[in-house]
Write a protein that binds this ligand. Structure first.
Ligand code: SF4
Length: 293
């Protein structure tokens, strides 16, 4: 090939390289019959030296320095069936930090402390109430007031300890009837539909991470929110439901059972017998003998 032809070819190739991505070049440069190796991308646009007749045109171009690919997220997908205890702990801790800084609904501006939940990340049983009350708002922990003390007794009666279960609420911040006076006692109310809609992704993610065998919904608000059924608590009690979550999938099937909220049992002690019947259903499934003598 004459030198003029080679120089035209080199010039064409130089322009070509200035406009093409490397991978595209590799696929299309072959028809040019230029032996190209990938090592020096930018030098291709530098002036090419004169070529002797018969010389093989070799163009080298550098692979542009790429930032290191981000490491895979340490936190696995919450619906991973392989999530380990350490991964669950890390994922729940990260979620708790997100909850503590959340202001997705108005409750975020009146709370004293968000109450993400606490307990055993590998729990077989998860108790879910409707929302924090006065004491929980002050301590940032779920079920620590009088109702919480009764829940502790219910858990012990089942043959478990508080450390063996996970306890949380649908709403993570204290719903108050009078948000201007959070210091008042008797200022609790159930979260409304809008607040539940804003917050439910957190409890769903917690359930998906922990993936207990059984969720016990405490009270009508939690039961209706998680069973997605408008029936009354009385109509929902007494049977297990397959739990389906809106925002995440579960690694394995989880059953949910509805029973009375401990605060309701304090107001209506006559309902304790029915609540105990509900809890015994879970005990029978798990083979728990309970604290019965
Ligand atoms: S109740 Fe839930 S959604 Fe509302 S601010 Fe608190 S954490 Fe966020």
């Amino acid at each position: 090939m004459a030198n003029d032809s080679l120089r035209r070819l080199a010039s064409d190739l130089k322009n070509f390289l200035a406009a093409q991505d490397e991978d595209e070049f590799i696929g299309t440069a072959a028809p040019l019959r230029a032996a190209a190796s990938v090592s020096e991308r930018r030098t291709a646009s530098a002036a090419l030296p004169p070529m002797a007749e018969g010389e093989t045109l070799t163009v080298e171009f550098a692979r542009a320095a790429q930032p290191a690919a981000p490491a895979p997220a340490a936190e696995p997908a919450p619906n991973s069936p392989m999530m380990t205890t350490a991964q669950k702990t890390a994922a729940l801790a990260e979620l708790a930090e997100t909850i503590k800084s959340c202001s997705r609904c108005p409750l975020g501006s009146t709370r004293l402390n968000a109450v993400p939940g606490e307990g055993n990340v590998d729990a077989a049983v998860m108790f879910v109430g409707e929302g924090p009350g006065f004491d929980e708002d002050r301590q940032g922990r779920p079920f620590v007031g009088r109702a919480g003390q009764l829940l502790d007794k219910m858990i012990v009666a089942m043959g478990l300890t508080r450390e063996q279960v996970f306890i949380a609420n649908i709403a993570k911040c204290h719903p108050m009837t009078d948000p201007l006076h959070p210091e008042k006692h008797g200022n609790d109310r159930a979260p409304n539909a809008e607040e539940i809609a804003c917050c439910r992704k957190y409890i769903e993610r917690q359930i998906a991470i922990i993936c207990p065998k059984y969720v016990v919904a405490l009270g009508g608000v939690a039961a209706k929110a998680l069973i997605a059924d408008a029936k009354s608590l009385g109509a929902l009690r007494g049977k297990f439901y397959d739990l389906h979550l809106d925002s995440v999938s579960l690694p394995r099937p989880v059953k949910i059972l509805a029973t009375f909220h401990p605060a309701a049992l304090l107001r209506n002690p006559g309902w304790k017998k029915d609540a105990w019947t509900d809890l015994q259903m879970v005990m029978d499934e798990l083979g728990l003998k309970g604290a019965r003598k």
